[in-house]
Design a protein around this ligand. Structure first.
Ligand code: AMP
Ligand code: GLY
Length: 416
């Protein structure tokens, strides 16, 4: 099977690493890929926005399966274009991707289908939002830009002034462009967070082990929100909560996509808050989580490729994935200045000769004269497996201590 991965980050590096191990694999390709992914896959440098270029490449290279990593090409309808030409795709249609690309669509979908989530109101103008805020008595309150905002379109507002500032930024100053043309005002939930991903062919679902990412920059969940500073998998979820997740979140999601014909073949990511009233969905993503994937894939023992292909073919029913039984901790090393203004171009040392059970997944690196340099905010993740979290943590931090670049920042409490 010739496989093409779309994307270039740490998640795609981890997908390439896992798929590369499959005995079913013919040739592995990745667009646009990265210097690190090029060690595993052919990366001919076609941009992920270039839909016609990707289609032409699939046809000329005899691609049997396309695995789409990031949300933007999904929201842009890449899966629709390729499946329309008879190419098998792991990744939902543009309409299915609206579960991530529109908070309004996602909230109303959950509401229609009885999926537990925070109470909400959709507001279509700044005036309507201000009116709603003036009547609001309960703080904090959560305000979300409707559209894609690279994970930054969510504000937890401690008081009325904060809520009004969010409305001004999103809806009037348009700091996230058209993504702020509508906002969702949401009830603030409390509890621990975790994420559950499930592979789906649109008919049935296969749950992956639950993971937890650490979104804040600094130890103890302090500092600004980031794309994610590390992840651990699996995390313990109680039996009652797991039952709610399978029956009220995943099963109702499946019922909903069938009823509404969303044409969803890929992975659904449910970001969950474990509230005193049980788990509730904070957000859906329509793709593998980043950096969760870097911690989830190393604990899957089975070949992943047949499961991904089964999703694309509508043949997932009855499939299972065997786990290694270990825990994986993935610690992100970020550049100085991240998340505001990451510094780039710093040489990275100590990348090679990792111990067994340790993988370095590159997110933002480039190569110059055979040496790696930093080239993004999140530079890489060190993912290490061990028996239990403590052992995995020790291995991950041991490996990370050998990797160096100027200004490197990382959290010391991933997995705790
Ligand atoms: P989202 O991108 O919607 O997952 O939001 C990003 C983060 O904001 C989540 O991981 C939560 O920590 C927080 N958040 C989002 N919605 C809520 C909510 N309704 N109550 C409390 N925290 C929230
Ligand atoms: N780690 C959260 C996300 O992938 O959106």
């Amino acid at each position: 099977m010739n496989v093409l991965i779309i994307g270039s980050g740490g998640r795609e590096h981890a997908l390439a690493w896992k798929i590369k191990q499959s005995p079913l694999l013919g040739k592995l390709h990745c667009l646009p890929g990265s210097a690190a992914i090029a060690a595993l896959a052919v990366c001919p440098g076609i941009a992920q926005e270039d839909q016609d270029g990707i289609l032409g490449y699939c046809l000329s290279e005899g691609i049997d399966l396309v695995v789409i990593g990031p949300e933007a090409p999904l929201a842009g309808g890449l899966a629709d274009l390729l499946t329309g030409k008879g190419i098998k795709v792991f990744g939902p249609s543009r309409k299915g991707a609206m579960l991530e690309s529109s908070k309004q669509f996602a909230k109303e979908f959950m509401d229609r289908n009885g999926i537990p989530t925070a109470g909400f109101a959709v507001l279509y103008s700044a005036a309507a939002a201000r009116e709603r805020i003036a009547a609001n008595r309960k703080y904090p309150v959560v305000i979300k830009a409707d559209g894609l905002a690279a994970g930054k379109g969510v504000r937890i507002c401690a008081d009325e002034a904060g809520a009004l500032a969010a409305v001004e930024d999103f809806m009037e100053r348009r700091v996230f462009g058209a993504a702020g043309s509508k906002v969702v005002l949401e009830e603030f939930l409390t509890g621990r967070e975790a994420s559950v991903m499930a592979l789906t062919d649109g008919e049935s679902a296969l749950l992956l082990p639950a993971a937890r990412d650490h979104k804040r920059l600094l130890d103890g969940d302090a500092g600004p929100n980031t794309g994610g500073m590390g992840a651990v998998c699996p995390v313990e979820i109680g039996e009652a909560d797991m039952e709610t997740i399978s029956t009220e979140v995943i099963q109702r999601f499946l019922d909903g996509i069938k009823k509404e014909r969303l044409n969803f073949r890929g992975v659904i990511y449910a970001g969950l808050m474990f509230t005193p009233d049980g788990p509730k969905v904070l957000e859906f993503n329509v793709r593998f989580g980043d950096p969760e994937t870097q911690a989830v894939l190393p604990v899957i023992k089975s070949d992943l490729l047949p499961a991904l292909a089964a999703c694309a073919e509508g043949k997932l029913a009855g499939r299972d994935l065997e786990l290694t039984g270990e825990t994986c901790v993935a610690v992100v090393a970020a550049a100085a200045g991240y998340p505001e203004k990451p510094e780039k171009g710093r040489p990275i040392t100590g990348l090679y000769d990792q111990a067994p059970g340790v993988q370095v997944f590159h997110a933002g690196t480039a190569k110059r004269d055979e040496a790696y340099l930093t080239a993004g905010g999140r530079v890489l993740a060190v993912a290490a497996c061990g028996t239990g979290t403590a052992a995995a943590r020790e291995r991950a931090y041991g490996a990370l201590s050998g990797i160096k670049f100027e200004g490197m920042q990382y959290r010391k409490d991933i997995g705790l």
